[in-house]
Design a protein around this ligand. Structure first.
Ligand SMILES: [Zn+2]
Length: 310
């Protein structure tokens, strides 16, 4: 190994670091402007990442000049990806902290799609395309069995969840102790930033009353879902509480989740989000004490949770 090739190697490492940093900055700025377009080339950069190298390494080391290797690197790796326009690798999407917390606009996300009037009870509901495709297939199959599945709620943003949460929060008497108030609301409502509805993978179907699913048409639909939903990738996160599920929201027979995506979201959420990220709404200071992430985000039907190897 010549000195020359070592220098080139180091330049290349540094170039990767600089580009990655630039991409991150660009991504954040796009986010701020609500033009949400994520960089699918990031995974490729990570593949090239040199163990031990990080932003600290790049900063002072080479920023002064864009070296020849940097230019070669951009031509070789970035340009082909940029040339693809908006096509994205969904494997690496939606998992920025902002997305996990619902701080984005679904209609502006190219990987989201509006729920068609045939499948929802109102306009302007959005789902992740993969989840929506699976739901449509499931709804069509259900229709063949004489069952209508209608989406009542799909993706909810942080702002939307904050409205729901704070409406309930303010219904309680002013003097009521905060933690107790939060626990009462948490029976059926997630804290803003801690709702699975932020992910574009979860839906509420047909009715928001368990009673509806216990007789007549509702029972027929629920019995069908219990058997067939998994064939389409869907599972029920909030099953009855008991030994298997001691913590979390109460049973919700209407809430279904597209597991191939939501399992990934959950894993990412548990890695990236802490109680400090749950802020900006009334009662947020109770989150850590209650352990909202451990007990409510994590407190789901085991079938809907699968730990990642990494
Ligand atoms: Zn729900």
């Amino acid at each position: 190994v010549t000195v020359q090739s070592l220098i080139v190697f180091y330049e290349l490492c540094a170039a990767v670091a600089v580009c990655n940093h630039a991409m991150n900055m660009a991504g954040q700025e796009l986010y701020a402007d609500k033009i949400i377009k994520k960089f699918h080339f990031r995974p490729r950069l990570e593949v090239l990442w040199i163990p031990g190298g990080d932003m600290g390494f790049s900063r002072n080391f080479i920023t002064p000049q864009l070296s020849r290797s940097t230019i070669i690197y951009i031509l070789l790796f970035l340009w082909p990806h940029m040339a693809h326009g908006g096509e994205m690798n969904t494997e690496h999407l939606d998992i920025s902290s902002h997305c996990l917390l619902g701080k984005f606009i679904p209609s502006e996300q190219i990987e989201f799609i509006e729920v068609d009037a045939a499948y929802g009870n109102k306009a302007k509901m959005y789902l992740h395309k993969q989840a929506y495709g699976a739901f449509v297939a499931m709804a069509e199959e259900a229709r063949n069995a004489g069952i209508v599945l209608t989406i009542l709620s799909a993706t909810r943003t942080f702002r939307h969840q904050k409205e729901i949460w704070e409406t309930k929060w303010n219904e309680w008497p002013f003097e009521e102790e905060h933690e107790k108030r939060a626990l009462t609301i948490l029976q059926y409502t997630s804290m803003p930033g801690a709702s699975r509805h932020h992910w574009g993978t979860d839906i509420d179907i047909n009715s928001l009353e368990n009673g509806y699913f216990e007789k007549g048409e509702g029972l027929k639909a629920y019995s069908w879902l219990k058997i067939r939903a998994r064939d389409f990738g869907f599972g029920q996160p909030y099953t009855a509480k008991g030994i298997d599920r001691p913590f979390g929201h109460e049973e919700e027979k209407w809430h279904w989740s597209y597991l191939p995506l939501s399992r990934k979201m959950l894993n990412r959420y548990l890695k990236k989000i802490s109680h400090r990220d749950l802020n900006g709404f009334e009662g947020s200071s109770t989150a850590a004490k209650i352990d909202v992430i451990g007990k409510y985000v994590r407190g789901i039907n085991k079938e809907c949770y699968q730990q990642e190897a990494d």
